[in-house]
Design a protein around this ligand. Structure first.
Ligand code: FAD
Length: 383
């Protein structure tokens, strides 16, 4: 029996660990496009950018632990370039690797803009940190979470930073308009200039060119404009890829429908029994939970059960912890102090808090329990 995991990051690593935890003693091959051992991404836009922060990106495990303790054959710096679901083979630079069970965990690749730098990999983080060390005037394109964390790191060093955002409310898709507008206040308080409803037409050595003709001078330009599933290698494989962004479409057990093939993490569109429809999340907890489940299900499909976890993410800006659970896709949004609740029908479906770490996990449980809206409001003290 061979378990092949493609993608050597969070979801892929959790797949390997879960396989061994179930008592699986067969072969495991972990294939990764990056040269690095699996490492954690959230610190790249937080502690790693801080003045006096860590100078190197540490892996989750040493190579010795991966090879000797977890018994993994590592193929790093080696992107998979094809999948044959009939003969059950992944190809890597022309060489076929046969699998009985396959976990696809190739994540997502940052969208880029010529002249700007994305922040997705260890190399990106080193480049951004080096520029901040040199005292860069920074322009961030896109007021998403990663861009906001870069701005926060720049302000913590007392450096000037501007965020340019095409939408009139930041984070509208991620947390809804009400909460997005409230979070914009954190930028203002910290002295980050926020240019909303502003289109970027290009980036040159002079800086960032705006639609009205203005040029914002910049030494560092970071594009935080989203990411797309890394599935180029799956085109033509017969797997169902999402029509919009080509992520791998899965049922609620993470099965792609092809025998033995499961997907997890940022790459996967997963049927949600809790909210209906497909959900593709770019959240740490989701990748970790799905990676583990995908390996268990791939190794024992008969025991596969729908995953019913409630989406969760956090982000740290200017010393504040922002946390979100559930979905922002709601009929009504109610804000009280540092808590925002989201209603769909008569149910609580989402919650956002600022600096309330204990409260957010209670909301997560209520959403999983399909809590009634009136009860959720009473708990949050908003009635
Ligand atoms: P990825 O981490 O994208 O890993 C996929 C791996 O597969 C990559 O190493 C890639 O090189 C490799 N790969 C791609 N194609 C191939 C191929 N053909 N063959 C082999 N390998 C391939 N989430 C939060 O909830 N909170 C946070 O605060 C937060 N902060 C973040 C900060 C940053 C800077 C970034 C980039 C992300 C952050 N996230 C955060 C999101 C979180 O890190 C991701 O959801 C998580 O990393 C997804 O894990 P993954 O394994 O699915 O995919």
């Amino acid at each position: 029996m061979t378990l092949v995991v493609v993608g050597a990051s969070l979801a892929g690593l959790r797949a390997v660990e879960a396989a061994r935890r179930t008592g699986y003693r067969g072969r495991i091959v972990l294939i990764g496009a990056e040269e690095h051992l699996p490492y954690d991404r959230p610190p790249l836009s937080k502690a790693f950018l801080a003045d006096g922060g860590p100078r190197t990106v540490e892996p989750f495990h040493t190579e010795e632990v991966l090879r000797e303790v977890l018994g993994v054959e590592l193929l790093l710096g080696a992107p998979a370039d094809g999948l044959d679901i009939g003969s059950r083979e992944v190809t890597v630079a022309g060489t076929a690797v046969r699998y009985d069970a396959l976990v696809i965990a190739t994540g997502a690749t940052a969208r880029t803009l010529p002249g700007a730098r994305a922040l997705r990999t260890a190399e990106d983080a080193v480049a951004v940190r080096d520029a901040l060390d040199r005292g860069a005037r920074t322009v961030v394109i896109g007021a998403g979470f990663i861009g906001s964390e870069v701005a926060s790191a720049a302000r913590a060093r007392g450096l000037p930073v501007t965020i340019v955002e095409a939408a009139v409310v930041p984070l509208a898709r991620a947390v809804g308009e009400t909460a997005g507008a409230a979070l914009a206040g954190l930028h203002h308080e910290a002295g980050t200039e926020l240019r909303l409803g502003t289109e970027v037409t290009g980036v040159t050595a002079d800086g960032v060119h705006l639609a009205g003709g203005e040029v914002l001078p910049a030494d560092l330009v970071v594009a935080g404009i989203g990411a797309v599933p890394a599935t180029g290698w799956l085109e033509g494989s017969g797997l169902v890829l999402h029509e919009r962004d080509r992520g791998v479409v899965c049922d609620a057990t993470l099965s792609s429908g092809a025998p033995g093939v499961y997907a997890a993490g940022d790459v996967a569109h997963v049927a949600s029994s809790l909210f209906g429809g497909l959900l593709r999340l770019e959240h740490w907890t989701n990748a970790a939970e799905q990676g583990a489940a995908a390996a268990r299900h791939a190794l024992d499909p008969a025991a596969a059960r729908p995953l019913e976890t409630v989406p969760y993410f956090w982000s740290d800006w200017y010393g504040h912890r922002i946390q979100f659970v559930g979905t922002p896709d709601a009929d009504e949004v109610v804000t009280a102090g540092d808590t925002t609740l989201y209603r769909r029908g008569d149910r609580l479906v989402g919650a956002l808090t600022v600096d309330r770490p204990r409260e957010i996990m209670k909301h997560r449980r209520r959403i999983a329990d399909r809590a009634h809206w009136a009860d959720a409001l009473a708990f949050a003290g908003t009635t």
